[in-house]
Design a protein around this ligand. Structure first.
Ligand SMILES: Cc1cc2nc3c(=O)[nH]c(=O)nc-3n(C[C@H](O)[C@H](O)[C@H](O)COP(=O)(O)OP(=O)(O)OC[C@H]3O[C@@H](n4cnc5c(N)ncnc54)[C@H](O)[C@@H]3O)c2cc1C
Ligand SMILES: NC(=O)c1ccc[n+]([C@@H]2O[C@H](COP(=O)([O-])OP(=O)(O)OC[C@H]3O[C@@H](n4cnc5c(N)ncnc54)[C@H](O)[C@@H]3O)[C@@H](O)[C@H]2O)c1
Length: 507
């Protein structure tokens, strides 16, 4: 149900859009759309709003580009790129296979690797800012706070702006478990880790999700020993089980990594680099009894992220969050509470709504929110959004894990098919000396439609796109098996998996 509609607004700025927000001129507003937060979600929403002829302002409390550009995807991939090269050049066996020798060992300059990450982030941030200016989007350098219907206070200037529609895009911040003291120097979240202030000899990483795994790749390449501390009984608990097992074989056991499973880091105290170690007390996740205390050079806290929605005025306008996550419907419209009424003309996108904490999901939701604002009803198909973990080699996935697919097929009464192919028989992978890895395709045998794909192997993050498109378009395994894949490419691993599926499904 929808609350009584607010008066429709019209921007005082000229607007050519045939928007429901601006078509009915009852009173003038400062902007057709005001966006609170300029991460990748807010940025995509702003560009799309502008392309639809809507006047638009983006409130940016901190840096343009938000987490992804400044403290997330972009600098982490720069560290992974540099450390990945160090790993490759240290791998004498692999290089020897090509007849290459690196004499005298490989050295790296930590400061320059850190600078590469910093410079890249600044570069991308500048590009994003310029793209907004070029489209005439107004950047308001202050925190935006909801004040009432269609009103946003700029905390920096104290001025209140009016807008026809408001998009909340405040993103997320690292979650730090109770008992953990973060100084961002020796005990740090990803925010501090990305500075690469030093390369610890021994680092404990709390949490074996995306961030923990990517940083274990960086650290082991640069010479650190890593200890994972994971609350659940398995490493990488959010990944497809079979892929997590493969990852243990390929990314964990051959490296200087050990782990403590089923334990919480209950008390973590910072140290002083080179002088005093950090201490990590661990308790059993079930019994809560103390099990062990580690003394390590550094601790990375990678235990998930929480929405950055405090003090945004949400409660004042009648929005009750779910542990900070803003409740939304499939059109990104904010609800008064989980399952509650629509709050007219207010949308929430990106990490803050908790639907899928990925940069490209935030952007897709931003574009979708604007589509709904201009009156073209739209919903993002989240099960068709791919994800990747940029380890060496990469892990990528789309749709359901095998465990989820078994459960869904059982509930809905359809037969689950599974077809798997390996990188070890792929000419391109073998030419690269990278034959480790698998791709598995999960599909509905009755319809032939793909419900999930999981890949671990070289360039998995690029390979997954074809599968994401298949999920989004409802392409069947038979149709996919008839599409011609370039030879010799890594895509042929998927070709083999699609062809293998055909025997199991008539579609
Ligand atoms: C280390 C790391 C690596 C990652 N790698 C990847 C990856 O490889 N691929 C991927 O898809 N995702 C990755 N992510 C996740 C990705 O960064 C997030 O999903 C994405 O940044 C979410 O975008 P967003 O726009 O919702 O929010 P954010 O990027 O968090 O941006 C929100 C912005 O809004 C600002 N803000 C907050 N409140 C207000 C307010 N009231 N008024 C004005 N401004 C406000 C914040 O300061 C921030 O700048 C990574 C995350 C981390 C931490
Ligand atoms: N390549 C990418 O797309 C990418 C990279 C990095 C981050 N991200 C995004 O950032 C978000 C945060 O990443 P993340 O790795 O911090 O979170 P995550 O949710 O992926 O993993 C957190 C891990 O920490 C464990 N954990 C939680 N509390 C714990 C405790 N007290 N003690 C021990 N273990 C504990 C959890 O069981 C889980 O395994 C993710 O949602 C992800 O989508 C994406």
């Amino acid at each position: 149900s929808v609350l009584p509609a607010l008066p429709l607004h019209s921007s005082s700025a000229s607007s050519s859009a045939s928007s429901s927000a601006s078509s009915s001129a009852l009173f003038a507003v400062d902007f057709d759309v005001a966006i609170l937060g300029c991460g990748v979600g807010g940025h995509a929403a702003a560009l799309h709003a502008s392309s639809q002829g809507l006047s638009c302002a983006v409130f940016t409390a901190a840096d343009v580009g938000g987490t992804c550009v400044n403290r997330g995807c972009v600098p982490s991939k720069a560290l992974l790129a540099a450390s990945g090269r160090v790993r490759d050049m240290q791998d004498a066996d692999h290089l020897g296979m090509f007849g290459i020798k690196v004499e005298g060992g490989v050295t790296y300059e930590r400061e320059k690797i850190a600078k590469h990450a910093r410079d890249l982030a600044n570069n991308v941030k500048g590009n994003l800012e310029n793209s907004l200016k070029a489209k005439g989007v107004e950047l308001i350098h202050g925190r935006g706070v909801l004040k009432g219907e269609g009103e946003v206070l700029d905390e920096a200037s104290g001025r209140t702006y009016t807008a026809g529609s408001i998009i909340l895009a405040p993103g997320s911040v690292p979650f730090v478990p109770p008992g953990v003291t973060v100084d961002e120097k020796t005990v740090y979240t990803s925010d501090g880790a990305l500075n690469l202030d030093f390369v610890p000899e021994w680092v404990a990483i709390i949490g074996s999700g995306y961030i923990g795994l990517e940083f274990s790749d960086v650290y082991t390449a640069l010479g650190s020993e890593v200890t994972f501390i994971e609350a659940l009984p398995n490493l990488m608990p959010t990944f497809d089980r079979e892929i997590a097992k493969q990852a243990e074989r390929m990314l964990i056991r051959p490296r200087a990594i050990d782990s403590r499973l089923g334990v919480f880091a209950s008390e973590v105290t910072p140290g002083i680099p080179g002088k005093k170690p950090c201490t990590v007390k661990m308790i059993d996740a079930k019994t809560k009894e103390h099990v062990e205390t580690l003394e390590v050079d550094a601790v990375m806290v990678a235990t998930g992220r929480v929405p950055n929605t405090n003090n945004m005025g949400l409660e004042d306008v009648g929005i009750t969050t779910n542990r900070g996550f803003v409740p939304v419907n499939e059109n990104m419209q904010v609800l008064t509470e989980e399952g509650g009424d629509v709050v007219p003309d207010v949308y929430c996108i990106g990490d803050a709504n908790g639907k899928m904490m990925l940069a490209h999901a935030a952007s897709a939701q931003g574009i979708s929110a604007v589509e709904n604002i201009v009156g073209r009803t739209h919903a993002v198909e989240h099960e068709a959004i791919p994800a990747a973990c940029f380890t060496h080699p990469e892990i990528a996935m789309v749709g359901l894990t095998e465990e989820q697919a078994v459960e869904r097929s059982g509930k809905e009464g359809w037969k689950l098919g599974k077809s798997q192919a390996s990188f070890k028989a792929n000419s391109k992978a073998l030419a690269e000396g990278e034959g480790a890895g698998i791709a598995k395709v999960l599909f509905n045998e009755d319809t032939g439609k793909v419900v999930g794909v999981h890949i671990i192997g070289i360039h998995a993050a690029d390979l997954i796109q074809e599968c994401a498109n298949a999920v989004a378009c409802g392409t069947t395994v038979k149709e996919l098996s008839m599409l011609v894949h370039t030879h010799p490419t890594l895509c042929e691993v998927l070709d083999e998996a699609f062809k293998g599926a055909v025997g199991m499904s008539a579609h």
